[in-house]
Design a protein around this ligand. Structure first.
Ligand SMILES: Nc1ncnc2c1ncn2[C@@H]1O[C@H](COP(=O)(O)OP(=O)(O)OP(=O)(O)O)[C@@H](O)[C@H]1O
Ligand SMILES: [Mg+2]
Length: 469
């Protein structure tokens, strides 16, 4: 006699988490949505762990999961039928109302938009994936949706010029979609080191960098170089609120002061080439507005600071420090914003190598720890968790995870983001291009999804591989 057909069943001791057993050939995978029960309103649930087992001559998938809704009764249940959830049930159960933003589609249910909760960006977010996993592409898509669907101001530090097209729609887009986007993104500003004529350049002022920033650039130690450091404090204090229009002007004043210590600071700056950095606001016949002036006074919908045109990393870090210092200085205004940093390890490395990097890490750590209560939210993108300081990473309550090949990196992520089921973090080793896991405040249950097409043209395209032909 044939064995009875095997069915999938689930049982629970608390009505919230459950265990299950499913015939392997049913094809239910880790992370899938399932329905539990056979009544008219089955519960929607998700499989969060899975292993295979052989029992009674059959192969099974076994593991545990969590009930997602409609509303869990918290009553234990005994061996209810379990089945793959169809799109309609998932759509009804996961509708997140007005604060939801659509980012691509759900894994295995390409007809359903993957909706995340925009309110979750009131926490810090880490976007992680190895080179080529699609982080920057996905980040661009997220910024587009935040512009379209929220009023959260965005300040983007963009070291590769990948986000310079955030203000315009792709040419091949449907006219209505393009018009809607352009209307929402009308006030997106892009600042570059070397901008096209008639647009503001990306510049900072000595005073905005603050004493600690200038001292770090000049490699001045407050103890070892106490005379110079102290003279710098007073020298900068005497500058009016607008600061010098140019670094040359500042150092000319130091020279003219006749003060030997100020003169030695000037020489130090000249020797280190600090005075020749392109990031300084310089005199040019018309007053130069710095990134801080523009952010503070124009209040753009989004401001992209493309630092790719600066030759040296210290210029990118100086711009970053200026932004962090000034956001912190005006924190009591409690103006919420999302500070987006692509290639975050470039300006916030786990192992800072010089005083300037150490200062940047200090400022990021302060904002990671205390920025949230002032509305300063971080979104940091990097290839590996260990490239960023632990004190910054562990303050992130949201994880956007793309492909990660290294088992050690996945283990490190699972430890640091313990709110994400570790088997789902492990799954990122199998992700293809654009596949992603979202977890934390933005996705109350871990969401497996695929990035959707972009509205705006990509900035820095990959190198074509026509050499292979
Ligand atoms: N969802 C997607 N659909 C189509 N193409 C994509 C998608 N995601 C990424 N790409 C393409 O894949 C390439 C790599 O993506 P991307 O630059 O976003 O990777 P990355 O993770 O930011 O890499 P890196 O860490 O080196 O900056 C790009 O050419 C991009 O256009
Ligand atoms: Mg990138």
């Amino acid at each position: 006699m044939d064995a009875p057909p095997a069915t999938a069943v689930a049982w629970s001791t608390d009505g919230v988490t459950f265990e299950y057993r499913s015939p392997l050939d049913l094809g239910l995978r880790l992370g899938d949505y399932v329905t539990l029960g056979d009544g008219s309103t089955p519960m929607l649930a998700q499989l969060l762990s899975q292993r295979s087992a052989e029992r009674d001559g059959r192969l099974w998938a076994e593991g545990s999961g969590r009930v997602l809704g409609p509303s869990s009764s918290s009553a234990p249940f005994d061996r209810v039928p379990m089945a793959a959830a169809d799109a309609e049930v998932v759509r009804r159960s996961l509708d997140r109302g007005r604060t939801g933003i659509e980012l691509g589609t759900l894994r295995g249910l390409p007809e359903l938009p993957a909706v995340i909760d925009a309110r979750g960006f009131n926490r810090h977010t880490f976007l992680c994936g190895q080179s080529g996993s699609g982080k920057t592409y996905a980040l661009g898509g997220l910024l587009e949706q935040l512009i379209l669907r929220t009023r959260l101001p965005l300040l983007v530090l963009d070291p590769n010029g990948d986000h310079v097209n955030l203000g315009r729609a792709r040419d091949d887009l449907d006219e209505d979609v393009a018009a809607r986007y352009v209307a929402a993104a009308g006030d997106v500003r892009v600042l570059r080191a070397d901008p096209p004529a008639g647009t503001d350049p990306l510049r900072i002022r000595l005073k905005e960098l603050a004493t600690s920033g200038v001292a770090a650039l000049l490699q001045l130690d407050p103890i070892v170089d106490r005379r110079e450091y102290n003279a710098l404090i007073h020298g900068l204090d005497e500058i009016g609120p607008a600061g010098f229009a140019s670094i040359e002007e500042a150092f000319e004043a130091f020279r003219a002061s006749g003060d030997a210590v100020l003169e030695s600071i000037r020489m130090r700056a000249e020797n280190l080439g600090v005075d020749r950095m392109a990031a300084w606001a310089a005199l040019s016949g018309r007053p130069i507005r710095t990134i801080i002036d523009i952010w503070r006074h124009d209040r753009p919908r989004a401001l992209v600071a493309d630092t790719s045109g600066f030759e040296e990393r210290r210029e990118r870090i100086a711009v970053t420090i200026t932004v962090l210092e000034q956001l912190w200085a005006e924190r009591r205004a409690r103006r919420p914003l999302l500070l987006v940093v692509d290639e975050a390890h470039d300006v916030c490395p786990a192992e800072p190598a010089d005083p300037l990097q150490r200062l940047a890490v200090e400022l990021f750590t302060r904002i990671a720890g205390e920025g949230r209560k002032y509305g300063i939210h971080l979104l940091l993108a990097s290839q590996r968790p260990d490239k960023l300081p632990d004190n910054v990473l562990t303050q992130c309550d949201n994880l956007l995870l793309m492909r990660v090949n290294s088992a050690a990196d996945r283990a490190s992520l699972a430890t640091r983001f313990a709110f994400v089921p570790s088997e789902l973090v492990e799954l990122s080793g199998t992700f293809g291009l654009g596949e992603t896991l979202r977890a934390g405040r933005i996705a109350p249950h871990p969401q497996l999804a695929r990035t959707g097409p972009r509205v705006t043209p990509e900035g820095g395209a990959d190198i074509p591989t026509d050499w292979a032909g």
